[in-house]
Design a protein around this ligand. Sequence first.
Ligand code: IPM
Ligand code: MG
Length: 359
Amino acid sequence: MSKNIVLLKGDGIGPEIVDSAVKVLEEIAKKFGQEFNFIERLVGGIAYDNEGAPISDETLEVCKNSDAIILGAVGGPKWDSDEVDPKKRPEQGLLKLRKELDLYANLRPATIYAALKDDSPLKDRIVEKGIDLIIVRELVGGIYFGERKTYEEDGIRTAYDIEKYNENEIKRIAKYAFKTAMRRRKKLTLVDKANVLDSSKLWRKVIGEIAKYFAEVEVNYMYVDNCSMQLIANPSQFDVILTNNIFGDILSDETSMITGSLGMQPSASIGVSRVNMYEPIHGSAPDIAGKDLANPIGTILSAAMMLEYSFDMKKEAETIRNAVEKVLDNNLRTKDISSGKDFVKCSEITEAIIEIIRK
Ligand code: IPM
Ligand code: MG
């Protein structure tokens, strides 16, 4: 049966990397007799410029009625100025999508490829123990969506943003994380700031309660400051990291970099409806946009996650992952992972991946 996939290419390098993923998916469709129907809509700065909002109601409707969404990246200096209403900034398009589709579970795996070990900024003796972890980030609550205000108090400029979670929001992401751990190495680390924050204390209580239903899973608790250090000192200790929206945002940039490049890492945002969203974890990289220099692998691997999670096409997903690994083994590198040596273009590495799939 044909799958309707909405493409939200967005800004900066978004169009190039999504085009790469589409080409790979078209090859997969040919090889495995699948049918993908691509529907393009705007999101981010380009949507703001053309449609007056970072995501239009029409686009949201199309997304809600699709089978899956692939998103490139949003934002750029063009929309950073004070002239753009903060409520209409490109990032708001992404946040609205997450919220409206209730994509509460954001999965950000970080794995290190043998061929890229030298690209990790970590010492060999640390990398050698392996990095294979996944961050399960709560995506539609907390400080990102809490009450916020900027105002004057006794003539002094003041602002606040509220971090608030209820137990139901914590329970559903916790269950998702435990189930994820059950399919992996059965180790879960809750990352929080429970030595200071009430919201973190509630997370700990709720996770402790859920843990009883998953007796096989080893549960650890870690403060976020310690975790950011442990990820550098001893990343192999982690399997599933469960955390809130803001800590997940910060830690996932760190986990992606320790594996060699931000450009390599995919993500999936899973919701309660059947429509999920897939995007690379990096940003729009406006400095290299339009130059065919971007690394499309994060987006291509996001498409593989889509095949597996949304369409249950495991063989197809595995074929993509193997092709990516092969291309890296063959020493093909985009600029970000070339460590100053020769590199190929975004379109060239895409072609190389497709060539391997075709065989
Ligand atoms: C991410 C991004 C977004 C976030 C931005 C663009 C709003 O950094 O997906 O990690 O903070 O969630
Ligand atoms: Mg981020």
